[in-house]
Write a new protein. Structure first.
Length: 94
């Protein structure tokens, strides 16, 4: 996706872009929100035949809930990656 984020956009969920009555993308909405290249990519995404209720999910915890502990572990992992990359860069001869 290359469409820049637009804070003024009232679109809240992917489901807002889908006509659930006929199981198709709302092309008029896609074209209002996204650049042409992104619309082309999105319209090739197959849609499900069943419609579940949307919910927010935190990818970094087993149950999908945003927890302080899962956030802390993610930050620690990122710090570990950053320090290992910087030590490799510092150890290399230029």
């Amino acid at each position: 996706m290359i469409t820049p984020y637009n804070a003024k956009c009232s679109l809240l969920r992917v489901g807002d872009l889908i006509n659930k009555d006929i199981g198709e993308w709302r092309m008029n909405m896609l074209e209002k929100v996204f650049l042409v290249v992104d619309v082309d990519a999105i319209k090739h995404i197959s849609l499900s035949c069943t419609w579940l209720i949307d919910r927010l999910v935190w990818h970094f915890s087993p149950n999908g809930e945003l927890l302080v502990s899962s956030t802390y572990h993610l930050i620690q992992q990122c710090k570990g990656k950053d320090s290992s990359q910087s030590s490799m860069t510092n150890g290399q001869k230029r």
